[in-house]
Write a protein that binds this ligand. Structure first.
Ligand code: B12
Length: 225
């Protein structure tokens, strides 16, 4: 995708702020982006998520440890708070309700929060359970809200196993609900193995997938009538 000179400048600044955990600069540059009326969605995905991708590499290669990474997350959240109200997604005819949360034992919520920002910007209702969520809570919240989709996030192989347990628990109460799973350790193979409906590797793809699912659900309801 081609960016304007201003967009490129701000993407690079935001990226650098996240990578080098410059919380105050992250706020300043997010505000600069809002004032310059550049696309907040592009700033979030290319700048903030782009910066976090570099942080992931540094964490994986042991250049960064937990304290630095936590500060990077702080910089990302500080900028996201400012950009989020300005993210504009195309509001199509298909919208729905999702239950979203990070599974028990897992505090990695950056990806989950990016998903929430994108879905809300597209006009969806997100019932956010937060992180380190006990399995039964996903079942209860789906029942309480009658949501179309349950979205389960896990970043660790240890928390991922909770998906295998909770998917049949959700289906037992509501066989029609769609279940999406995601996070770094999730693949198409996991979807099949755990009996979920689908996955996506990032927030925009998750939205496309969710739109497709709700479309299918609504068509199914119409033919049943
Ligand atoms: C940031 C980070 C942290 C931060 C988390 C801050 C926060 N508030 O989230 C902190 C420092 C707290 C942390 C702690 C730990 N971490 Co950590 N962490 C990471 C790191 C570097 C980046 C993850 C991230 O935020 N990525 C950026 C976001 C935007 O991407 P994302 O989460 O993948 O989400 C996107 C997609 O996956 C997708 N998606 C996500 N969820 C969902 C859900 C659905 C339904 C769908 C469709 C899509 C979807 O869309 C998202 C948005 O685009 C990863 C490294 C890596 N390679 O992933 C390790 C990593 C996840 N951590 C790891 C570990 C081991 C830990 C600790 C145990 C470290 C320790 N020694 O204490 C603790 C665990 C604490 C706990 N109990 O949870 C391991 C996990 C290994 C494993 N296989 O289990 C990793 C993989 C690092 C490694 N290579 O060892 N960590």
């Amino acid at each position: 995708m081609a960016f304007t000179e201003k967009e490129t400048e701000l993407i690079n600044k935001l990226k650098d702020d996240v990578i080098n955990y410059k919380v105050e600069d992250a706020k300043k540059h997010a505000q600069e982006a809002v004032n310059a009326k550049v696309d907040a969605y592009t700033m979030t995905m290319e700048g903030l998520a782009g910066g976090m991708a570099v942080v992931s590499e540094k964490f994986d290669s042991h250049e960064y440890f937990v304290p630095e990474t936590l500060l990077c997350a702080k910089a990302l959240y500080a900028a996201l708070d400012i950009l989020k109200p300005h993210i504009k997604m195309q509001k199509g005819a298909v919208r729905g309700q999702v239950v979203l949360g990070v599974l028990q034992g897992d505090v990695h919520d950056l990806g989950k929060n990016l998903i929430k920002a994108v879905f809300e910007a597209a006009g969806w209702t997100v019932h956010d359970l937060g992180r380190d969520v006990p399995l039964q809570k996903f079942v209860d919240e789906q029942m309480r809200t009658d949501s179309d989709i349950v979205m389960l996030s896990a970043l660790m192989t240890t928390s991922m196993v909770g998906m295998k347990k909770v998917i049949p628990m959700i289906r037992e109460k509501n066989p029609n609900v769609k279940i999406m799973i995601g996070g770094a350790p999730i693949s198409e193979k996991t979807v099949e193995e755990f009996g979920a409906d689908s996955t996506a590797d990032n927030a925009p793809n998750a939205l496309q997938e969710a739109i497709h699912m709700v479309d299918v659900l609504k068509k199914g309801e119409m033919t049943a009538k």
